[in-house]
Ligand binder design. Structure first.
Ligand code: SF4
Ligand code: SF4
Length: 375
């Protein structure tokens, strides 16, 4: 039966309709509640796109003033990230103490983005909870780990905000809101139109990282290994928590995560050389070893014992550059047959090898947001 809004009603047939509830976007409801848990009230008004009064009220423009890719949920999340990045004093000032008319506070804005992305990443929501307006290009250029490095002054501010976000009541409020948003997204994504924000939701890998390249699986990853306790099973070194006794178990058939790396072999070494350069400070050498006898001028004896030093980060025995091999594979041990015991014991693809590669930046390190200290 088709009912027209303007159809005349027969009062004897149709009782007066009372509207008792209104539709509310689920993610908006979640984030209004999140803000309330943190002591902030959400008001709507078109004087500003989004603003904070320095007290307890965050005002967000109504839908008519927002872009199609804006959501109340994202804007509240963004403002809460500003609160986390702001100093204690700025957190009590209008607009978190920011000057929105110029570039004076660009670092704080960028720090807010980095923190927002790091928090959203833990739930597969980076695209769904993306910053919009003129900030979108900066958001889209953020790296996989927005809290890593020190090349941008915004990173230190974002890390401080991250630390604050892991403390009560922020931690519980944000984690609950992000978990609820991801649950709605997971339920809706497959039914969403291709241009719907909901369709951007990306389920996480079972170990909590973002999913990685298509067509590869944990079974073929450099970080997979087999170990107990008990009967050896497949585990992942990359996701091992520093505080945990064992690495987490994996199913080799799982699609790879974003930290996937192709397996390493002896052929990997010439292009890598990590264990022969900055990853470690020195290599012990026996004073009566064949190497010490062949190249005594290389052996240093000091408080660290007899060792081959690494001036400039490179082992004295390491050949590198054009003389050391191909441009894409520049490293070669010049005394390979005489190399010290610790070098002989070093195994490609094992813990120390992967640690060395992480230290020189050739292998992925867990993002701060995925470690216990950052949990
Ligand atoms: S790093 Fe990722 S792809 Fe590799 S084994 Fe671990 S979970 Fe699988
Ligand atoms: S760190 Fe591993 S892959 Fe790199 S040179 Fe050493 S053994 Fe080879």
């Amino acid at each position: 039966m088709r009912l027209l809004r303007s159809a005349p009603r027969d009062a004897t047939m149709i009782p007066e309709r009372r509207i008792t509830h209104r539709y509310e976007d689920p993610s908006d409801a979640v984030w209004v509640a999140c803000a309330a848990r943190l002591g902030y009230r959400i008001a709507r008004g078109d004087d500003v796109y989004a603003g904070f009064d320095g007290g307890d009220t965050i005002t967000v423009a109504t839908g008519a003033e927002l872009d199609p890719d804006d959501s109340l949920a994202q804007i509240i999340f963004h403002e809460l990230c500003h609160a986390l990045v702001a100093s204690d004093d700025a957190r009590r000032q209008p607009d978190w103490g920011l000057d929105n008319t110029g570039e004076r506070d660009l670092v704080q804005e960028h720090a807010c983005h980095r923190l927002q992305a790091a928090l959203a990443d833990r739930h597969g929501l980076r695209a769904f909870m993306a910053a919009t307006t003129q900030w979108r290009p900066h958001w889209d250029a953020l790296p996989a780990d927005p809290l890593a490095g020190d090349h941008d002054p915004a990173i230190a501010l974002a890390r401080a905000g991250w630390t604050r976000s892991r403390q009560s009541p922020w931690r519980e409020a944000l984690d609950d809101a992000l978990t609820a948003t991801a649950a709605v997204a997971a339920a809706v994504a497959s039914a969403a139109q291709h241009d719907s924000l909901w369709s951007t939701y990306k389920p996480l890998h079972p170990l909590g990282s973002r999913v990685g390249p298509e067509g590869v699986h944990c079974s073929n990853c450099a970080w997979r290994f087999r170990a107990g306790p008990g009967y050896p099973v497949d585990r992942c070194r990359q996701h091992r928590d520093p505080g945990a006794a064992v690495a987490p178990r994996i199913d080799p058939g799982w699609p790879a995560c974003e930290r996937y790396e192709p397996p390493l072999s002896d052929a990997s070494c010439a292009a890598c050389g990590a264990c022969c350069r900055e990853a470690f400070h020195l290599v012990p050498v026996g004073v009566r070893s064949a190497l010490a006898k062949a190249r005594p001028e290389w052996v240093v004896r000091d408080a660290h014992g007899a060792h081959l030093p690494r001036p400039g980060g490179y082992c004295v025995a390491l050949e590198r550059g054009p003389g050391g091999g191909l441009p894409e594979a520049p490293y070669r041990c010049s005394v390979y047959d005489l190399r010290p015991r610790s070098c002989r014991d070093f195994t490609v693809g094992e813990d120390a090898c992967l640690l060395a590669r992480q230290r020189v930046g050739l292998s992925a390190s867990p993002p701060l947001s995925a470690t216990t200290s950052g949990a």
